[in-house]
Design a protein around this ligand. Sequence first.
Ligand code: UT7
Length: 311
Amino acid sequence: MAFGRITGWAIDLPERILTNDELAQMVDTSDEWIRERSGISARHIDGKVSEMSTNAGKAALEKAGVKPEEIDLFILATTTADKVVPATSSIVQNNLGLSCGAFDLNAACSGFVYGLVTAMQFADSGMEKILLIGSDSLSTFTDWEDRTTCVLFGDGAGAVVIERTSEQPCFLGWDLMADGSAADLLYCEHGGKIVMHGQEVFRRAVIAMENAANAAMEKAGITNDQISLVVPHQANVRIIDAAMKRLGIPKEKAALVMDTTGNTSAASIPLALIDSIDSGQVEQDDLLLLVGFGAGMTSAAAVVRWNSAGN
Ligand code: UT7
């Protein structure tokens, strides 16, 4: 059990919105196919990870009432860094006026939960304030002639400020996993575009989500009926429905934003989490289950007690 709690949060989405109807003019697809098979109607594109992260990070710091110089560590979860070198976290660190260690963390679509687990360990070991951002620009690496992938991806960023608390723990259990033997199911070479074997990724995603979520709940010592809200990776609404069924949690308890964001990789869980918070769906002491999966194939889950009141 770890003693960090989320005290500030914010998102950023690029201005350019690409609709399904526009995609239907680019490749052989239709609005109906995309919505029925994925649950996506539109997505934001043309984002840059450093810019989206800077915007989201600045707003999250303001929301938490934390000054940049107070942050002890900055973690940027991304799989679409601006450049190979340096880490995009260094660019964002400078943009935000931080004066602390900063590193990129690449666990693809599981990146935000990997980052959260990492941040909580640092909080446990004594760090007071940590900034965590999940941000990706999948549109930069999308093959716009491949209808099996280009209809799914989008760009965005979600940022949270984590502060150490000496009172009740808020981070109750987690699970991290990777299966590198499946790495060729979803990849992008240097200078290339994203390649995905969708059906097999779909099949494995449902199982990985179920396994990660169950392991995190077990470590937290809680059962599925105690979960108020599941915040899943936003890849495909059918994957989420299938995973919720296997977990025995009503699908109405899943936070969903993919309709308007598409799959934004490391940004997708914070985008869904922050949408739920801002729309009043999360209450003090609610137990939240964050669960992601992605290229690698990585998977990650965490059980968080929501503690906006700070007790
Ligand atoms: O965050 C990373 C993790 N990524 C994911 O979780 C993605 C996982 N995979 C998926 O979400 C789904 O597999 C897809 C959305 C990619 C595809 O859905 P599907 O139901 O698995 O479709 P499918 O691959 O079985 O294809 C069904 C048909 C095929 O045509 P035929 O062979 O039946 O004639 C495809 O060629 O749909 C066709 N198709 C399309 N048709 C219209 C594939 N993409 C499209 C498209 N528009 N965009």
